[in-house]
Design a protein around this ligand. Structure first.
Ligand code: FAD
Length: 451
């Protein structure tokens, strides 16, 4: 992309995307398939900005034996276009592993392998993305009293640049969540940093780890640290009695279906809440049953053999954490008796979840034109477009951050292929108009607009 400096009048893109994780990679693929189909004048001009220097999907948690929580058939394309050349199966074929994968009889690939697939797919559309480019702000471009375009300010090694769009697709993903008042440090980690930090411990003979949380990431951290550091004790701290299994049974799994999004969207608020309560255990604070069994088996073996280094401090809470240069002291309080246990550890890992990145935070004054519901949450239409005041005429679409409107699939991969197809249809269906009010070719570039 050519560099456009603040003050210059930038060319107008039909669509700009913020973030290039799986959601917006899938968006780019849907656009490139559309453009290849229609060609020339009807092609949509689009570009994406990603702050990371290269494609990366939760790299800090690419534990070598961790598997996907979703069928490989829910890849970036298959549910939308089973004939796509961007599918996981095409990836396998290109790597010469298709037959081996089939013989494996497994729907849930390693996360490392799925990452490689995502990277492969992202590379096929890399003319549409600028890596190492962080979007730092969005500003309205007003024409005849209406917001006609959005100016997206992007920071990179080359400084700041402004890019103009008719539509934005925000796919900025999740942010690691620490408990209130706890700061990350050299010995206090969020699980998202695990693999980036753990190598530095090699050769230091760590004697104890504390892992806080009872979800999938917490259990994976416990198993990984226990395996990697055979001399160290690993203490799992959580307020539950024990890990709860993820419900991945067939009927419950339908909550991730495209049709479930329709139903959730149409349901009254109390039904939405009930559905989340009933089926939260398909995704939240739950662990794969195989991993639960492995951990229990390990704990029992250690009991039999007499060297117990896997400990579970259940019905407990970590109430204090103090880092010193060579240790970290964790205070664990029993929720039953109130008794406090001090644990000196090499590292405390908080596997305390993620929250959606605030999509509205980036929008600056544009956010004033976005409508809210009674609870102050941003209103999102079925096509993932934020409901706006009539004079905000640009499309602002959300990939993620729509759990309150579209349900449990919002931050997940399950529905990504379908969702990007719906966003594409919405963008195509806008009946965009030129400055003179005439319908215009979608890919038309307008170079002179006033604020
Ligand atoms: C360890 C882990 C395992 C998971 N496994 C599964 C699974 O098996 N199945 C499943 O369905 N879901 C899983 N998830 C859920 C996860 O949210 C999705 O897999 C997926 O990451 C969603 O893709 P996304 O593109 O919406 O968000 P992300 O993958 O988070 O990507 C967002 C991207 O936006 C970039 N970005 C953010 N802000 C800016 C900005 N201002 N400017 C430029 N770039 C920006 C980020 O750098 C990032 O690359 C997992 C999550 C974690 C943490």
């Amino acid at each position: 992309m050519s560099q456009v400096l603040p003050g210059d009048v930038p060319p107008v893109h039909d669509l700009l995307g913020i973030g290039f994780g799986p959601s917006n990679v899938a968006m780019a693929i849907a656009l490139s398939e559309h453009n290849a189909r229609v060609g020339g004048q009807e092609a949509i001009t689009a570009h994406f900005f990603e702050q990371q220097p290269r494609f990366g999907w939760h790299r800090g948690m690419l534990i070598d034996d961790a598997t996907m929580q979703v069928s490989f058939l829910k890849d970036l394309v298959t549910l939308r276009n089973p004939a796509s050349e961007f599918s996981f199966l095409c990836y396998l074929q290109s790597k010469g592993r298709l037959i081996d994968f089939i013989n494996h009889k497994n729907l849930f690939p390693l996360r490392v392998e799925f990452h490689d697939y995502l990277e492969w797919a992202a590379a096929k559309v890399d003319d549409m993305v600028s890596y190492g480019h962080e979007v730092v702000g969005v500003a309205p471009v007003v024409r005849d009293g209406a917001v006609e375009y959005l100016d997206v300010t992007v920071r990179s090694g080359e400084g700041l640049a402004v890019h103009r769009a008719r539509n934005l697709v925000i796919g900025t993903g999740l942010r690691p969540l620490m408990p209130e008042g706890v700061e990350r440090g050299d010995r206090v980690w969020h699980n998202s940093e695990l693999l980036a930090k753990v190598d530095a411990l090699e050769g230091t003979s760590p004697s104890r780890f504390v892992v806080v949380g009872a979800g999938q990431s917490a259990a994976e951290n416990v198993a990984y640290l226990h395996r990697r550091f055979p001399e160290a004790e690993v203490c799992a701290v959580f307020s539950r009695y024990g890990y709860s299994p993820a419900d991945d049974s067939s009927f419950a799994n339908r909550i991730f279906d495209p049709e479930a999004v329709d139903q959730y969207f149409a349901a009254p608020e109390d039904v939405k809440r009930r559905l989340m309560d009933y089926h939260g255990n398909t995704n939240y604070s739950v662990v794969d049953i195989d991993l639960i069994d492995d951990l229990y088996g390990q704990m029992y073996r250690e009991k039999v053999l007499g060297t117990e280094r896997l400990r579970f401090l259940n019905v407990s809470r970590l109430t204090d954490v103090k880092e010193t240069p060579d240790k970290v002291r964790a205070t664990v309080t029993s929720l039953v008796t109130g008794e406090e246990t001090a644990l000196d550890a090499d590292v405390v890992v908080f596997a305390t979840g993620y929250s959606p990145a605030d999509p509205i935070g980036l929008l600056g004054e544009v956010a004033d034109g976005c409508l809210r519901d009674d609870e102050g949450r941003v209103r999102v239409e079925r096509d993932y477009r934020i409901a706006t005041e009539p004079d905000l005429r640009c499309g602002i679409y959300l990939q993620g951050g729509t759990e309150h409107t579209h349900g449990i699939t919002s931050p997940l991969l399950s529905n990504t292929a379908i969702r990007v197809g719906e966003i594409l249809d919405s963008v195509l269906g806008q009946g965009l108009e030129s400055a003179s009010g005439q319908a215009r070719p979608v890919a038309d570039e307008i170079g002179s607009t006033a604020r």
